[in-house]
Design a protein around this ligand. Structure first.
Ligand code: P71
Length: 474
């Protein structure tokens, strides 16, 4: 049977199709358990997707962190691990890759991003100092607060509006920053904590114009800028794609120029750099480096491994070079956008524009009848798993935690359920299956009730909190 109306993805959009710049050499079987088993697994997990067993998950979009597929070259690098306690050659390869692609002078390896956050926060924040930031990230803010810092959100207002199509919703609002400086004095600001493709805003990028202007403001007040470079490669792709004047520059050149406006960076290498574990901290200032190097040996490991095996550092050094290749980052971000575009075309509420690493479903608009303190985004994550074995993550009121002063929930403007896409792992067919599952859950949204939290850890509660459906035991 022929159907001349069948069209490839590219044809549907009036262009030639693109494909991933790799072929698959090794596969990992996945399967879906039946609905009764999923219902049981969900109940055992306290309706928290972090507490599910991975074997009970069909398509795992919990996170893009540490879940990417390494290349044959990275695996070859694993065989070249120099597992010496001190001075491993893999460390020097990693140091060289960070210096080459991110441009900072001094590099301290850490086991992952939060290890780096801990060291930087403890070293660069004095108790009582303010830490302005373009929105919070859970672990970042916690480490800043544990060091005695006071977090202040200085992201532009557009970032809090899920329908606003601003191309750089990660930008810092310089007026908010100036007002803070005026109010508290620049000596009471530890540093500006700047993140590329802001995770909690939906993976929204920062423009080159904004980081340049930020540098000027900070220079005039003698304030340092430290960058969360976790998804900075994806940010560089958005600058190339969207910001006038950058279309002809390479991803590598854009990345390096962006970093040059900052004084240092920390990295969860489990994202952009496509390794399963690893991180680093890099700064230009020698004295700060020296202080960080003195601290890393207390908490992470010697300053030439920082908690990573030699082989992990080698895979990371290779992953950094692969991550800035245009074909890679283009196909990675385009796959995320493919999923987002399907949901948008069916009028399912998502955060727009679609970000770099994930589609964020707007749970407020998805379940308008579920109040925020009955956890609509957590409910959606649970329903999606129940329907189809797809695992996602709450990024709303549970993630935001409680205000340390008042003890009340923090009620974030964004209440979303994140479908994070690992790099080089799933195909377009998987994205089709995911999109159809979200639609099924959306079509039955009116019958869905919210959740009640029955167990709540003090810090980072979203990881281990437990819930019960409202209406069953109430
Ligand atoms: C993500 C993660 C992993 C995660 C962390 C906390 C709660 C849930 C999931 C980690 C990040 C990140 C940014 C921007 C620092 C870290 C910490 N993200 N900055 O998105 O996205 O890095 O996990 O390596 O310690 O699933 P780490």
């Amino acid at each position: 049977m022929t159907d001349p109306s069948l069209r490839t993805m590219g044809q549907q959009f009036g262009r030639r199709s693109w494909a991933e710049p790799w072929k698959i050499k090794m596969v990992e079987p996945i399967h879906m358990i039946d609905r009764g088993e999923r219902a049981r697994a969900l109940e055992e997990a306290g309706y928290n997707t972090f507490l599910l067993r991975s074997e009970d998950v069909y398509i795992d979009l919990l996170t893009d962190s540490g879940t990417s597929a390494m290349s044959d070259r990275q695996w070859a690098g694993m065989m070249m691990g120099d597992e010496a306690y001190a001075g491993s050659r893999n460390f020097f390869n990693l140091e060289n890759a960070v210096q080459t692609f991110y441009g900072y002078r001094h590099v301290v390896p850490t086991h992952q991003g939060r290890g780096a956050e801990h060291l930087l926060s403890q070293t660069a924040i004095k108790p009582g100092q303010y830490v302005p930031s373009n929105m919070y990230f859970t672990t970042t803010r916690l480490h800043q607060e544990l060091a005695g810092g006071i977090f202040v959100d200085v992201i532009i207002d557009e970032a809090h509006d899920t329908l606003n199509l601003h191309p750089f919703k990660g930008d810092v609002d310089l007026d908010k920053l100036r007002a803070l400086i005026k109010q508290v004095g620049s000596e009471n600001i530890a540093y500006v904590s700047l993140a590329g493709t802001v995770n909690m805003a939906g993976g929204q990028p920062v423009s080159m114009a904004n980081v340049r202007a930020l540098r000027e403001v900070c220079d005039s007040h003698d304030i340092r800028i430290y960058l969360d470079a976790t998804r900075m490669v994806e940010n560089a792709f958005f600058i190339q794609d969207r910001e006038p004047g950058w279309a002809d520059e390479s991803i590598a050149a854009i990345l390096k120029e962006f970093c040059s406006y900052t004084d240092g960076a920390w990295m969860s290498a489990k994202k952009d750099s496509m390794v399963n574990i690893g991180g680093w901290l890099a700064v230009d200032d020698y004295d700060l480096f020296d202080a960080l190097r003195n601290k890393v040996v207390i908490y992470e490991g010697l300053h030439t491994y920082g908690g990573m095996a030699g082989r992990d550092m080698e895979a990371l050094a290779i992953g950094i070079a692969e991550s800035v290749q245009y074909e890679h980052v283009h196909s990675r971000v385009s796959q995320v956008h493919y999923l987002g575009d399907l949901l948008l075309s069916w009028e399912i509420p998502i955060v727009q524009p679609v970000g770099g690493h994930a589609v964020f479903v707007d749970a407020r608009r998805f379940y308008p009848h579920i109040p925020q303190d009955q956890f609509p985004a957590q409910t959606l994550a649970a329903q999606l798993y129940l329907d189809s074995g797809i695992r996602s993550m709450e990024r709303g009121i549970v993630s935001a935690g409680r205000d340390p002063e008042t003890g009340d929930h923090r009620y974030p403007a964004l209440e979303s359920t994140r479908l994070a896409v690992p790099r080089r792992v799933y195909t377009q067919a998987h994205m089709d299956v995911v999109s159809e599952a979200v639609k099924v859950v959306y079509d039955s949204r009116e019958q869905t009730h919210g959740l009640r939290m029955v167990y709540e850890p003090k810090q980072l509660r979203f990881f281990q909190a437990r819930f019960e459906p409202i209406g069953i035991h109430s």
